[in-house]
Write a protein that binds this ligand. Structure first.
Ligand SMILES: [Cu+2]
Length: 190
């Protein structure tokens, strides 16, 4: 084998070895932290063109078998109220949501608080999936003010491939009907 080719072979072998180490390290990290996670970050904001509050995204996606880690920041200070059946947290991992510091119904600067239900009349919006094997309901507290949002986080085990609808169960000023995309959408696993 000519000398130059030997160096090329050695170089390729070294690259493959380093790449293999990187892959092994990454795979090991994934195994040690449990199932893969998919972050889903949403904001409920006032649409300046309509004055109505809307979720920032409607088409959501996560990989089957992963844990979807939701963060929902709500800028709506109005408690719209819900049917009492939508005032409790259902279907999350651990059966609770974390209300983050600074949120009106939360830790008030003392750290996040695990919450399993709210007064029905104090709920601002919900994130709800009642299809495809999900029984998910998360009531979301109102913002302290239009510039001081409430923030909740929760984890959801993502089911097998498929698409389901998510909704907000609040009768929030008719916006559900007026803005079909704003307070409902699709959650796709796949
Ligand atoms: Cu809503």
């Amino acid at each position: 084998m000519p000398r130059v080719n030997r160096w090329v072979v050695a170089g390729v072998a070294t690259l493959a070895f380093v790449a293999g180490m990187g892959f092994a390290a990454y795979g090991g990290l994934g195994r040690s932290t449990g199932p893969a996670t998919t972050p889903v970050v949403l904001t409920i904001f006032q649409d300046p063109s309509t004055g109505l509050y809307s979720y920032s995204m409607q088409s959501l996606r996560a990989a089957p078998g992963t844990i979807a880690e939701f963060t929902i920041r709500n800028f709506d200070p109005t408690p719209h109220g819900v049917d009492p059946s939508f005032a409790s947290v259902r279907g999350t991992i651990g059966g609770a949501m974390q209300v983050q510091p600074g949120s009106p119904s939360g830790g008030n600067g003392m750290g996040s608080r695990s919450v399993t239900s709210m007064p029905w009349f104090g709920v601002s919006h919900t994130f709800t999936i009642l299809a495809g094997g999900y029984d998910l309901n998360v009531p979301i507290p109102p913002a302290l003010s239009p510039t001081a949002p409430s923030t909740v986080t929760f984890s959801l085990k993502v089911m097998g491939p498929g698409m389901v609808q998510w909704t907000c169960e609040c009768p929030d000023g008719g916006s559900d009907g007026d803005l079909p995309g704003g307070m409902s959408g699709s959650f796709t696993s796949g």
